[in-house]
Design a protein around this ligand. Structure first.
Ligand SMILES: [Zn+2]
Length: 219
């Protein structure tokens, strides 16, 4: 698929070494095969980012992300960690600073501008790419359900959304560091009751274990 997007990938802002998701061809003066792999590659989760790229190609979420970006007339280029960056997206939906489909991170703005207010935005979107690699197209209904759940229990579409908490609420620009969104009253009461029940069962379990230990010592 890569040559298809070559015309859009001229504005490379990352070093090639981190921007590529496929292994670089060995140069003619390649080191002997006995050279440790770590000396040729930067440390980090490169095998997973590579696998993620392949999985999202095969499950068709990355081609879908490219199609969405093209329909939105975004400029597409390669980004770090095997991601594709699509900037200048023209449509208002979805209403997010950036959204990720497969390995494609799309924004109406530019990643550079977003990073001024959300320095870790690409790490956040990369975690969504990993979620796509695991779930494939099932990501869409599951994400919608999780966002709906978060909205229902807290009136906030991300704060209690498992996908967003997994990707990082602060890095995604949803919350400030240390900020929390409380559950709505009914759910807060239910959660509180659940916590009290667990604490009660824990105390009883502890007491009965202690009783057993005492009896066993008395024998
Ligand atoms: Zn997110």
């Amino acid at each position: 698929m890569a040559p298809m997007w070559t015309p859009f990938s001229s504005r490379r802002t990352q070093p090639r070494q981190t921007a590529r998701s496929t292994p670089r061809p060995r140069p003619a003066t390649a080191r002997p095969r006995t050279a440790p792999r770590a000396s040729r590659r930067p440390a980090g989760p490169l095998p997973w980012t590579r696998a993620r790229g392949v999985l999202n190609l095969l499950n068709l979420t990355t081609p879908l992300g490219i199609a969405v970006a093209l329909v939105g007339r975004a400029r597409i280029r390669r980004g770090p960690h095997g991601l594709w960056i699509a900037e200048g997206y023209r449509f208002r939906y979805p209403m997010a600073g950036a959204f990720t489909v497969g390995n494609v991170v799309t924004t109406a703005s530019t990643i550079g501008r977003l990073e001024r207010v959300m320095p870790d935005i690409l790490a956040h979107e990369g975690r969504h790419a990993s979620q796509y690699a695991v779930l494939g197209p099932a990501f869409f209904p599951l994400y919608s359900a999780a966002a709906g759940w978060s909205w229902a229990v807290a009136g906030h579409s991300a704060a209690h959304d498992h996908f967003e908490t997994g990707a990082g609420l602060v890095s995604g620009g949803y919350l400030l560091a240390g900020q929390q969104v409380p559950l709505r009253g009914l759910f807060r009461d239910a959660a509180g009751a659940g916590r009290r029940l667990r604490a009660l069962l824990g105390r009883r379990g502890g007491r009965s274990r202690a009783g057993t230990a005492t009896r066993s010592r008395e024998r």
